[in-house]
Design a protein around this ligand. Structure first.
Ligand SMILES: Cc1cc2nc3c(=O)[nH]c(=O)nc-3n(C[C@H](O)[C@H](O)[C@H](O)COP(=O)(O)O)c2cc1C
Length: 343
């Protein structure tokens, strides 16, 4: 297997937790790109429904994306109490109730992959590490191409050794979760162009560059650095077809001066988002391990979305989100291709 041949070198980043929708995926796949659907926390039923709905809208290539969760040690009572107390102390949110996470702490990947084996999207990708033994082989037996995120050269080497078909080279500008294999500090995370060049020196696998790519010139620059295609997440977040919340889209389009930062406070793993009150107030606070902190903050995030309050939801965004454009995803791809000079 190899990376699929695309009519245009644009990959829609899979974006779990709301932004990924069948309409967004279809808009990119119909324009000749590779469309991502982020299924990190989704049930097998949801995955089957979204793959089927997307397939009804496009015959183009689809990528089903999953997180590789690591076993977690359940937190003791005192850790959970301190982490809940940190949330309860946030201004204006004293009435929310926080329930301690209980097992199973994350979805079973085997069950999540069942609809993939049945519905056979062209591509399967993993974030936070290599999938369990046998998964890549099974995908290949069904003609499904497999990609894995790398944030550093050592991860790229491991991905090549596991016989994956391509590497998503995620640079430090990227919005959302840092895909580093080992949870902890992202450490020596390179900017996207440097990462692509460094990976190209150690592997022949096709590289898909991700992180801070907002326009045609950005795409051209990573292709010139050696990437096969460019994966864009933030650029598509504020489009009509994106399922990002209303506040998320508003902040992307209207609050360009805030800037982004990495935080563990929403989920327990480092992720890049627009600076807001939650991130600022949680600096130094007790945070549970991933994904327990994600479970613990669910009430807070859902309530903020219902109240249309951008200060207490995760506004994942790449370092260059101030160049976000609204309008339809279809139109955005068209403009990107004009900028790339291949339209
Ligand atoms: C809102 C959002 C959600 C994301 N969710 C996922 C995900 O579920 N799986 C994944 O592999 N990457 C995810 N990412 C990271 C993207 O794959 C990609 O690395 C990133 O979007 C590239 O940087 P950019 O946002 O500046 O384009 C997400 C990014 C954003 C912005």
């Amino acid at each position: 297997m190899s990376f699929p041949t695309l009519a245009c070198p644009i990959v829609l980043a899979p974006m779990a937790g709301g932004p990924s929708t069948p309409a967004l995926a279809a808009a990119v796949a119909n324009a000749g790109g590779l469309a991502g659907l982020g299924f990190a926390y989704a049930s097998a039923e949801r995955i089957a429904a979204d793959l089927t709905a997307t397939r009804a809208l496009t015959a183009g290539p689809l990528n089903a994306n999953f997180f590789v969760f690591r076993p977690v040690t359940p937190p003791d009572h005192e850790e959970t109490r301190r982490a809940s107390a940190a949330l309860a102390a946030l201004p204006g949110l004293q009435d929310l109730e926080y329930t301690a996470p209980i097992p199973p702490f994350f979805p079973d990947l085997g069950a999540q992959l069942e609809p993939v084996w049945r519905l056979r999207p062209e591509v399967l990708t993993f974030h936070f590490g290599l999938p369990p033994p046998g998964v890549i082989e099974r995908a290949h037996s069904l003609q499904i191409s497999v990609g894995v995120t790398a944030t550093r050269v050592s991860e790229g080497r491991a991905i090549a050794a596991a016989h994956a078909d391509f590497i998503v080279a995620q640079g430090m500008e990227a919005g959302g979760h840092c895909g580093v294999f080992a949870p902890g500090e992202p450490g020596d995370w390179l900017p996207v162009r440097e990462l692509v060049r460094a990976l190209a020196k150690v592997t022949d696998l096709p590289l898909v560059a991700a992180g801070g790519l907002m326009g045609g010139a950005d795409i051209r620059s990573v292709l010139d650095a050696g990437a096969e295609a460019a994966q864009l997440g933030t650029a598509f977040l504020a489009t009509t077809e994106s399922g990002a919340s209303a506040a998320h889209k508003r902040y992307l389009l209207e609050q360009g001066g805030r800037g982004t930062t990495l935080t563990r406070a929403f989920s327990g793993r480092h992720a890049r988002g627009i600076r807001n009150t939650f991130i600022e107030r949680m600096v130094g606070a007790e945070v549970l391990a991933f994904p327990l902190q994600n479970t613990l903050t669910t009430t807070l995030r859902k309530s903020a979305i219902e109240r249309d309050d951008g200060e207490f939801q995760s506004l994942w965004a790449g370092a260059h989100y101030d160049r976000c454009r609204g309008g339809s995803a279809r139109e955005l791809v068209r403009r990107l291709l004009v900028e790339l000079d291949v339209a």
